[in-house]
Write a protein that binds this ligand. Structure first.
Ligand code: ADP
Length: 315
């Protein structure tokens, strides 16, 4: 049998997926799904750190399933599932907590960012890299496609796997992260990282009116030659060569550049939005996909957990 790589990545059901999620991660998953086994996780227990509203949690979770299907995710061949459906994730996260120190987790940038803003950080946010390590290591994946913002957490996963292997013997395979280098982090309309948690994103399935409003609201810096936040989003849709003359011809006319970006975004989003509309509302399909995904994921996770339990001596 031909060797097939295993790819895994997660998305939080904490709002509508945006173009940063798509280009940073979802696109890679879709592109690789033919020649790899792809695990697409909906990390609802991670999202609990920001979504504490049952109806919203249900709605966003259903939405992510529909979004993946609309993007062409093959849920027959590959595995689309919810983290909360596989209890081994939280179980293994606990075991990782016991081999990880507080100073180590204090280096995590999600924790550092929250602290720098003077927020009271939840224990869940602090420990989040350990749950993420469990999400990944249960399935022995080769590659983790992520945006730049998650690269450090994949490093934490590798460190945790190494540490466990050192203490208890070879148990986990070390995964590699795949970050699209020239993409970096997609900026939101306010210039910060585009994120579901900030109200600064352009939804992947946005209506034309939302695209217009969001793009016109992009914060531009008048000191540079070109509006970097506009350019960074435009660059997702067109090559450097295509954009160079456009941006050179329109130095200083930010409105015109924004209008061109609006047209390109509309053309990119419209077909996906139509496809999504055709399957949205099919609750049975969503339920079936999640049930099947959970069943397949549980089988793999349970097997790995048996190995872990033997290694640590609880069985
Ligand atoms: P969010 O911050 O929007 O809630 P998630 O934590 O659900 O995003 O991340 C899902 C995936 O999308 C991760 O792989 C993450 O690295 C990627 N991602 C999130 N925001 C961006 C961005 N602005 N640019 C590139 N990739 C991103």
């Amino acid at each position: 049998m031909k060797f097939m790589k295993t790819i895994l990545s997660g998305i939080q059901p904490s709002g509508r997926p945006h173009i940063g999620n798509y280009f940073g991660m979802m696109k890679q998953m879709i592109d690789m799904q033919k020649e790899a086994l792809v695990y697409a996780l909906i990390v609802d227990y991670h999202a609990l750190n920001s979504i504490q509203d049952a109806e919203k949690m249900r709605e966003f979770t259903r939405d992510v399933v529909v979004d993946y299907l609309a993007l062409g995710f093959d849920a027959e061949k590959n595995v689309l599932f919810k983290q909360s459906d596989v209890q081994e994730h939280t179980e293994l996260a606990w075991i990782f907590d016991t081999i990880t120190t507080m100073p180590y987790l204090m280096r995590g940038h999600a924790y550092k960012d929250a602290e720098a803003k003077g927020k009271e950080v939840s224990v869940g946010t602090f420990n989040y890299p350990m749950l993420m390590a469990a999400d990944i290591l249960l399935y022995s994946p080769d590659i983790i496609p992520v945006g730049q913002d998650q690269k450090q957490h994949v490093e934490f996963t590798r460190d945790t796997a190494e540490k466990f292997n050192r203490i208890y013997g070879e148990t986990f395979k070390l995964p590699e992260s795949l970050v699209i280098e020239d993409l970096q982090t997609v900026p939101g309309v306010d210039g910060r990282k585009m994120s579901k948690s900030y109200n600064n994103y352009i939804s992947l399935f946005a209506e034309d009116s939302e695209i217009e409003e969001k793009v016109m609201g992009i914060v531009t810096d008048s000191s540079g030659e070109r509006p970097e936040n506009v350019y960074a989003i435009h660059r997702l849709l067109k090559s450097e060569e295509e954009l160079k003359p456009i941006y050179e011809e329109n130095i200083g006319s930010y409105k015109k550049l924004k209008e061109m970006l609006i047209e390109d975004l509309k053309a990119f989003i419209a077909p996906m939005r139509e496809k999504r509309a055709a399957i949205a509302g099919d609750e049975n399909r969503v339920r079936e996909v999640l049930e099947k995904g959970a069943e397949r994921a549980r089988e793999v996770a349970a097997q790995k957990m048996q190995e872990v339990k033997k290694a640590i001596g609880v069985i």
